[in-house]
Structure formats: structure tokens, C-alpha cells
Write a protein that binds this ligand. Structure first.
Ligand code: FMN
Length: 357
């Protein structure tokens, strides 16, 4: 078994120097037009300096209509290039591999930001409009163009955000996706959009450009068995470099009765993965838990909230007994860890994270 500080090679691009990946973390710090701010630059580059083997940006929207949050990073136009170029260069200079997470919120886009949201099928609950087949093709093209833009900016790779009920997960969901064309119906059709984005990125970006995919197996009408099939298909063909399973809690059991009795994570670690690397995210708060994940079959770990608390979590993890600071923390504490005011305010909306002022 690899230890947390052994390097991890990937099929394309640079190796990670250790098994710690910064989880993609929305921080609401970008300018209203999606260009990078100094606060977002500082937040991320401090994590790269803090020892993370790979530093991932927050979800960045690939179409203006796919914006999911105010102050979200954008990657849908060349106006985003200067900021992204500055960011990629600084992450690299800190010795960390860089990745940009590509996102579209679909029916979860707030109306006051995007007007009418779009998604796989008309959705009366959110007032979202179903995309035409031509618009799905355009969406694929915009994911691929975003990857080309990230490559141009100097990123080592991109991650496709197929998790958390956003647009690609909406396509996967038989509850949300009622399409009659080749992007709806069978699982093969519902997952087609993801595979076409993967193929597009592979054919249009340079050979050694890294490609990851994030999936989550529950909620939003997803079926564990189906997501496991998609995970197996992407890994079997070695189409991606890494699969990032967002579990929210690496110890939890599946929600679906038929799968209870062992951890949700185990349904993915048991898959054949060839040279594709498998990472897991969800409540990995100590080096001891991180090591346990490698023992249980993950190749690397993604650190979210513990990396918000400690910019240098990956370095501190050299001490196997390290435990993060107790919650809640003060706003001042988070400011000292490199969070700007907008991010501190956002973290106050996560129960029990920030001490009331
Ligand atoms: C403040 C915050 C913002 C997040 N933003 C994103 C995001 O932009 N993209 C994404 O895929 N997941 C996002 N997540 C999920 C995290 O990447 C991670 O999977 C989750 O927090 C579980 O890991 P943790 O327990 O180590 O925090 C976010 C989580 C938090 C707490």
C-alpha cells in the first residue's frame, strides 16, 4: 500500500508529490463577471504552498447560463484567461499540480443570476427549460472549449463536475432526464454527454493534459448501481486520469436498502481501475483517516473543510497524530488562513463552522 507521502503518477501530465488533493471548494470570491479576484488567488495559492499534491479550483462555469453561485469563477470566455493564467502559474511555482473544475449548474442555477435556467428536460419545479439536441451539442462543445481554455491558461488538467445534482448529474438522473433523443432514456444515453465531453477533451487538448471526473452516487434521483456502472466504464477504458468520488462521508453506508451492510465507498474501490486513480472525499479530517482510506483501497484523498481550516493540512499531516482545530472557529481565524470576507461569510452559512460574531 502506498503511503500518504509517496508520489502518485497519472497516465498523463505531472505526478502528484503526495496523495493529497485539494477538493474543489466554491468560495464566492470571484468578480461578478467570473474573473479571478486577488482573494481567490490568495486562498488557492496558499493551499498550493501548503503542500497539496494537486490544487483544484472551485467549480467554474462553462456557460454564463450555467452559473450556480454569485461570485463564481468563470471559464466560459477569453476574458477569464488572464486571471486563470496567473493562478495556474502560481500553483505550479508552489510545486503543486493544477486542475480546474468545469461546471454547469443546470436547473440549480439561481434565476436572479441567470434568468431562466436550462436543464435536460423542462422542470416545472424550478421553471427550467429543457435543452434542444442542438443545445446539448453546444453544451458539450462549451465544456470542451473550457478545457482548451484551461490548457491555454497553463493548467495541468481539468476535472469534469458530474456530481451533486448539477447539469451532468441531471442528465444521469432518470427522474430529471425525460429526453427522447440520444441523450435520454437508457443509461448509455443518459451518460452519453459525459463520454462525449471526455472524448472532446481528449481529442482537442494536448496529449499530456490531465482529465478527471467527479461523480456522486446518491440523491437527485441517482441509482447507485448505475453510477457504479458509469464509474466502471470510464475506468475500464482508461479514458480519464482520475475518478473523484464525492461521498460527503467516506464511512457512510448507501441509502438504498439493497446495498446496505458495507460502506458506500467500497462499491467503488472494488471496481477494476487499470491505471486510473481513484480518490474519495467526505469527512477526511485527519491524517489517520486519510491513511485508512488508502488502506481501504483509495489511491488518494480529497480534503475539503479541513483544508479550509488549515492551508497547510497536507504538510501538517506528516504528524500522524495531527487533528484540525475544533469548530466553530472565528472569522479572524479563517482570515488568517487566507479566506477573504466573501468566503468567510459563505462559511458562516455552513452550520457550526464559524462562531457567531
Ligand atoms: C464550502 C464548500 C464548497 C464546495 N464547493 C464545491 C465545488 O465547487 N465543487 C464540488 O465538486 N464540490 C464542492 N464541495 C464539496 C467538497 O469538494 C467536498 O467533496 C466536501 O466538502 C466533502 O469533503 P470534506 O468533508 O473534506 O469537506 C464544497 C464543499 C464545501 C464545504
Amino acid at each position: 500500500m502506498a503511503d500518504l507521502f509517496s508520489p502518485m503518477t497519472l497516465m498523463h501530465g505531472p505526478a502528484m508529490k503526495n496523495r493529497f488533493m485539494l477538493a474543489p471548494l466554491t468560495n464566492l470570491q470571484s468578480h461578478p463577471d467570473g474573473t479571478l479576484s486577488d482573494d481567490e488567488f490568495n486562498w488557492l495559492t496558499l493551499r498550493a504552498k501548503g503542500g497539496f499534491g494537486l490544487t483544484m479550483t472551485c467549480a467554474a462555469h462553462v456557460q454564463a447560463v450555467g452559473q450556480g453561485f454569485p461570485g463564481q469563477l468563470g471559464v466560459f470566455g477569453d476574458q477569464h484567461l488572464p486571471g486563470l493564467t496567473r493562478l495556474a502559474a502560481a500553483i505550479k511555482a508552489a510545486g503543486s499540480v493544477s486542475a480546474l473544475q468545469m461546471h454547469h449548474a443546470g436547473n440549480r442555477s439561481p434565476k436572479d443570476i441567470v434568468g431562466q435556467p436550462v436543464c435536460p428536460s423542462d422542470d416545472p419545479e424550478t421553471g427550467s427549460r429543457g435543452l434542444s439536441t442542438g443545445e446539448v451539442e453546444q453544451l458539450i462543445e462549451d465544456f470542451v472549449s473550457a478545457a482548451v481554455r484551461a490548457e491555454k491558461a497553463g493548467f495541468d488538467g481539468v476535472e469534469i463536475h458530474g456530481a451533486h445534482g448539477y447539469v451532468l448529474a441531471q442528465f444521469l438522473s432518470p427522474e430529471i432526464n425525460k429526453r427522447k433523443d440520444r441523450y435520454g432514456g437508457s443509461l448509455e444515453n443518459r451518460s452519453r454527454i459525459i463520454f462525449e465531453i471526455i472524448d472532446g477533451v481528449r481529442s482537442r487538448c494536448r496529449k499530456n493534459f490531465q482529465l478527471g471526473l467527479r461523480l456522486s452516487p446518491e440523491r437527485f434521483g441517482l441509482k447507485l448501481a448505475e453510477i457504479r456502472d458509469v464509474a466502471q466504464a470510464v475506468m475500464r477504458d482508461g479514458r480519464i486520469d482520475y475518478l473523484d468520488m464525492s461521498l460527503w462521508d467516506v464511512f457512510k453506508e448507501p441509502v438504498e436498502e439493497a446495498f446496505k451492510g458495507r460502506s458506500l465507498m467500497s462499491y467503488f474501490t472494488e471496481l477494476e481501475r487499470g491505471d486510473v486513480r481513484l480518490g474519495v472525499a467526505g469527512k477526511i479530517t485527519t491524517p489517520a483517516i486519510a491513511s485508512q482510506m488508502l488502506r481501504e483501497g483509495a489511491d488518494y484523498v480529497l480534503i475539503g473543510r479541513a483544508a479550509i481550516l488549515h492551508h497547510d493540512f497536507a504538510e501538517r499531516a506528516r504528524d500522524p497524530a495531527f487533528k484540525p482545530v475544533a469548530l466553530p472557529v472565528t472569522a479572524e481565524y479563517l482570515a488568517n488562513e487566507g479566506l477573504g470576507p466573501a468566503f468567510v461569510k459563505y462559511m458562516s452559512t455552513w452550520p457550526g463552522f464559524v462562531e457567531a460574531a
